[in-house]
Each structure stands twice: as C-alpha cells, then as structure tokens.
Design a protein around this ligand. Structure first.
Ligand code: FO1
Length: 319
C-alpha cells in the first residue's frame, strides 16, 4: 500500500468481470474510498430508453440484485413486457426484463428532466443502496462501434443481436475526441491522496480502451504518479466471459494475458505498474516483465464471493 493508504481508490470497470472485482473491492474498502469509472461505450438508445449496461451491471452487482447466471440484469426477472413487445413486433433482440425496465424508465425520465448521466447514476446508486461512488466515464455519449466483416456495428448490435459472430477488424469510439471526462474522475486525478488505480479484468478493447482514451485520461492517470494495477481478463488463453479472446484472435494478437499486457504497454506506455496474471499463466511472467511491468501471479478466477474479495485484497495490497 502506498503512503496514501487511506486515500480514494479508482477502479476502471466494464462488463461482468469488472463488476465482480468491484464487488470484491466494495467488501474490502470503506464505501467512501471506492470510486468506480464505468465504461459507457456499450450504452445505446433503445425503445426510447437510454440503456447503460456497464453502469447497471456494477449497480446491480454491488446492491446484490444481479442475476448471477446471466451476468447482467436482475435476479428473479420476468419478461411479460418483452412478450407484449413481441406481439407489437417491436425490437426484442435486446432482452429487457420487467424489473430492469423500471431502471430504464426511471433513468429516461430523469435524463429527460435535464439530469446529467453522472447525477442520475449517483441517485440511482443511492436508491439501490450502493454507497461506493459510481460514475459514467463521461456525461457525453461515446458509443463504441465495432468494425467487422459485416460492416460497422453498434456495440449491442455486434454483442447481442449478432452474438459476436462477425469477424472484428477494429473499433471506433464515436465523439471520443470531443467527449469530456466525467468531472469527478478528473478531480480524483489531481487529488494528492489518490491511493491508486485498478484496471479490472474487463475487455481491453470495448471496456478499458474507451475509458483510458477518453480526454487523454491515461496520460492524466500517468501524471498522477500513482500505482496502476491491471488484472488480466484472459486466463489460460480464454476470456472468462465475453468476446475478448475471439477479438484478440481476429486482431492477430496472441490470445494470452501477455497479449493484453502488450496491448496496454503499446497504447499506454508507462501507465500500468503491476500486471496480475493467473497461476495458469505463470510461464508468461517473464515476457510481461520485459514490457516494464511488475508481474504478480495470483488466482484471478472469481467465482464465489471469497475469491472476489481475495483478488480485491491482492490488488489493494499492490497499490
Ligand atoms: N446481453 C446479452 O447477451 N443479451 C441481452 O439480451 C442483453 C440484454 C441486456 C439488458 C440490459 C443490460 O443492462 C444488459 C444486457 N445485456 C445483454 C448485456 C449487455 O449486452 C452488456 O453490454 C454486456 O454485459 C457487456 O458489457
């Protein structure tokens, strides 16, 4: 732990893997010290609603409401409205459960009344009983577009409608050059007591890259001169959930934790202090260390709660 042991900890999160580590962190830190920057590249307008999957996955997970089988959405969900939408021949490829719809309807109303995504997210967190600070990476939309052999697809079209089948050749984060970093995130970086940054085991391309590339955030983080611990999202050549491994293969990268470390070292030189890999990838430690990162070999697979807490403790000790 650094000298600012009592200062704020910033976690960068997207997807299910990120939310799992954030849950572990929320068990290990007093709520006022945990700050979570959520990717909003997955966000999209659907049926007149503003859908924010990575924010909702963090809020539902930290409030114990998430459906652990699906990884997204709410436990005990019912699908009556979706069936009624089917009858109306509406778009039902993106499955919105009845309880989840309450979140989207409430958020749509708050945004329509002029609330920023940050303010609406903070209020939603409060109403769900989440005491950690959860922020969108920006209050400006930065939709991720996936360039594929089936053309350029909005993220959810690629991920859900096309079920990640198209071959990926690249990504575009629309309006990332003009979108502004969420103000509290910028303020955290200039806080002298920032204890450190944790890059969660999320998809490097569609969850972490959008956050780091927004408003030169990665350079701002590097100038904080604080420790940055990244957890590999690839274990033994597999992504534990989602298309990261398939994307890496299609991009011609080695589908390994080393491939992710190399991606971060190439795009964000000097940012990552320590890279945490799983025991099954211990043989990769030397090649990752050669990139200039410290390497820690630990158990990074998070199933039950205790493993999320153990990995969170590891990351906090490495800060
Ligand atoms: N993922 C799916 O694979 N199928 C769905 O129908 C789906 C609906 C959905 C609704 C609300 C929400 O917050 C997330 C949802 N997700 C669904 C996950 C979503 O695609 C996320 O972007 C992923 O979790 C990756 O971050």
């Amino acid at each position: 732990m650094s000298t600012t042991a009592a200062g704020p900890v910033l976690a960068l999160s997207g997807g299910v893997g990120g939310a799992k580590l954030c849950l572990g962190l929320s068990d290990c830190l007093p709520a006022e010290r945990l700050h979570i920057a959520c990717n909003t590249g997955d966000d999209f307008q659907h049926l007149g609603l503003t859908i924010c999957p990575d924010i909702d996955t963090v809020l539902y997970t930290l409030s114990g409401r998430n459906d652990t089988t699906r990884g997204w959405g709410l436990a005990g969900e019912t699908w009556e409205v979706l069936q009624a939408l089917q009858t109306l021949e509406a778009d039902t490829w993106f499955r919105l459960g009845d309880r989840d719809l309450a979140t989207h309807l409430w958020r749509a109303g708050e945004l329509a009344r002029g609330g920023t995504l940050s303010a609406v997210t903070a209020e939603l967190a409060r109403r769900l009983g989440v005491r950690a600070q959860v922020y969108p990476m920006s209050d400006d939309p930065v939709p991720t577009l996936v360039q594929t052999d089936a053309g350029e697809l909005a993220f959810q079209e690629y991920f859900v409608r096309e079920q990640c089948r198209p071959r990926v050749s690249g990504f575009r984060f629309r309006d990332i050059d003009t979108a502004r970093l969420q103000p509290s995130l910028a303020a955290l970086c200039s806080a002298s007591d920032l204890a450190g940054v944790i890059i969660c085991p999320s998809n490097p391309f569609v969850s972490i890259d959008p956050i780091l590339q927004l408003d030169n955030f990665w350079q701002t983080l590097r100038q904080c001169n604080t420790r940055v611990v990244a957890v590999a999202p690839i274990v033994a050549g597999q992504a534990l959930k989602g298309p990261a491994a398939k994307m890496m293969a299609e991009l011609g990268m080695p589908v390994t934790a080393g491939g992710v470390a190399e991606h971060y070292a190439r795009h964000y030189p000097g940012l990552v202090t320590t890279f945490v890999i799983d025991h099954s990838d211990a043989t990769l430690a030397a090649e990752i260390a050669a990139l200039g990162m410290e390497v820690q070999v630990r158990s990074t697979v998070m199933q039950e709660r205790a493993s999320k807490q153990a990995l969170a403790k590891t990351c906090l000790e490495l800060l």
